[in-house]
Each structure stands twice: as C-alpha cells, then as structure tokens.
Design a protein around this ligand. Sequence first.
Ligand code: HEM
Length: 363
Amino acid sequence: RRLAAFHGRHQSGVLGDPLPAATIVAFDLATSTRPDLEELLRTLTTTLRALTTGGVAADPGITTTAGTGLLGPDGPTHALESVVALGHRVFTDTFGLAGAKPRRLRAMDTFPNDQLDPAWCGGDVLITLQAHDRDVVTNALREVCRATRGSMQIRWKQDGFTSAPRPTGHPRNLLGFKDGIAGPDPRDDKQMGSLVWADGGEPAWAAGGSYYVMRRIRMLVEFWDRVSTSEQERMFGRRKDTGAPLTGGGEGSTPDYGNDPNGSAIPLDSHIRMANPRTPATAASQFLRRSYSYDAGVDSVGNLDMGLMFGAFNADLDRQFVAVQKRLADEPLVDYITPVGGGYFFALPGVRNTKDFYGSTLL
Ligand code: HEM
C-alpha cells in the first residue's frame, strides 16, 4: 500500500499506477463569478488534501458525524489519489479566463467510429479518484460533493476498476488482454517532460499540468467472446496469455517491426501497430495511458454493458491523442468497441504546499 503524497509540482494521481477502485466524475459549474470559482478550487484542495493524506474532510457543520467522516474514526489508512482537471468552458470571459485557455483545449472531437451520447460527454471539472478500496473512493466522492454543493453539480459519473500490478505483469482489460504496457515511464522525468507535461507553447500558468483525455468506450463483449484467440491476438498484435508482442519475447519486449515489414507476425492493421508504428516520426505521439474497466450492468436488450474508461495524459493533445486516434480509424477492433462518451480536460498543475491551491497560478 502506498500513501500518496498530495503536494508537488504535478498532481500525484497522474503519476501513480491505476489502483483497483476508481471513480471518474464530470461536474458542471453552478457558479459564474471568479471569486466563486476560486473558492471552489480552494475547497477542492482542502477536501482532497485531507482525504489523500489520511485525514477527514473539514466538517461544514451539517452532519452529526463531525470530524469522523463517513468511514468512521477507525477508517482505513487512506491511499486516495485524485486528479482534478478543467474543461474548455471554464476558460471564458465569464471568469475573465478567455485568454488563459490551454491552446488545444476544446470540446471533444467526434471521430469516425464514435456514437457519442451527449449525456456522457463534456463537463467543466473532471475529478478522478482512486484507491485500494471501493469504500474509500465512494466516501471521498461524497465528501467532495458535500463540500462543493451549490458550486458544481455532477454531470456524469462512471465507477472503474482494475487489478493491482502483479508479478505476472499488467492487469487485463475486459477483452482479456493485458493493458497499459507500452508508453512513457512515469519515473523518467525526461520522457514525462516531453510527452506528458504541458510544454512551453502553453500559457505560463499551465506548467506542470497535462491534457487529460477521458473516453468511455463500450465493449461488445458477447460478440468478442465468440472470436478465436488467434484472431483476437492479430487484432491487438500481442499474445493473450503473456501479453508479448507477436514478434516474440515477453510482455516487456519491444515489437520488432524491422524484421516484420509486411506484417506477417504483427498485422499492419493491428491495434498496437496502427497506434504506434514506432517510426522516428511517430515517437513524439506517445502518451501516458491510465485506463480503468467499467461495468454498467445490463442494457435494455439484455447485453452486458461494460467497457473501458480510457484515460490519457498528453503534453500536446493534437500531436499525441488526436494523431493516434486518427491513425486508429477503422482498425479491425472497431467492430467490437464503441466510444460513447468522454471529454477533453486539462489536469491542473500540482498543489505545491499547504498554502497553495488548485489553479492558483491560473487565478
Ligand atoms: C496498446 C487495448 C483503446 C492507444 C493497447 C494494448 C491493448 C489495448 C491490449 C496492448 C498492450 C499495451 O501496450 O498496453 C485497448 C482497448 C481499447 C483501446 C481494449 C478500447 C476499448 C485505445 C485508444 C487509443 C489507444 C482509444 C488512442 C487513441 C493505444 C496505444 C497503445 C495501445 C498508444 C500502445 C502501442 C505501443 O506503443 O505499442 N491497447 N486500447 N488504445 N493502445 Fe489501446
């Protein structure tokens, strides 16, 4: 178990591995003045700081469980991690922030294979909470809602899950494949500097932040479960059992496209080869993936309603996520997955110390 440090140049929730229990919640602002926005961001800071560091959120005097929180005085040792991000509509004249917008931030693009439901799209504030225990996440969300009532309202919410990394490697998504293998290493400051943290082209306040893409992608699992393993493997370009690239080696091996120019081992239209052909020109389009499985029950015709909350942190939205998503257009996997929601957000720089708050450089 790790206890997340709350303070730093970056939000710690960006850097940590996905934890088993998560919730991803988009809120709409109910405030329209800059002082109210600042108060909201200060409240979010004190609430999440307390919850992340094992304390309880300040009691606004409306419950009888003052000072103990929903989990009681003997609650678990908290290992809550959070990411707070803003949507493009915050950067308007209403708040005097039109000139401060991260230059790529906008409403999420609609891509060719999308079937977006507006009720599952957008939002002004995106908060991702994750912990080892589901009750810690649920409690934290209720504390956030209680503290910010009147300032913002939930627009959509999806709980997510994964399993903790094991000696056998990365956890699997709901198509049964190990997920989150390739990409920049969060412990490598150089890679994070060029691929994850907003770069010099952005307004100065944004330094230390990151474009946060969230996509709710439904998986047609009944259909997928009738496909042979070898065909599934050719769609991804990796083995289902070990996660190794189909050119050989183990989970951590690099796909060997040089010795497979025609795609006889890893098909040219496989997910990993289209997403990252590993040419010098496409190296700069890699980003940090942070995804969770979701299970939303059963749809109206009795099919399992489940999929992936695909998360990605990018230094430059267009150079990275958008370029990769365009490369993936019409990949064979599109018959088995359907993006139904999500949004583009900007994960704020970290809160530096006990006096600092989310967005202090912006306001
Ligand atoms: C790799 C699954 C959506 C970008 C992978 C891998 C799997 C996978 C199994 C190989 C293991 C790994 O390296 O993590 C899925 C599923 C998706 C999905 C099930 C949807 C339900 C997306 C989307 C994007 C994306 C929307 C970006 C637009 C990538 C990238 C890699 C990757 C960049 C690494 C390629 C490499 O560097 O070798 N994905 N993915 N994926 N995926 Fe996805």
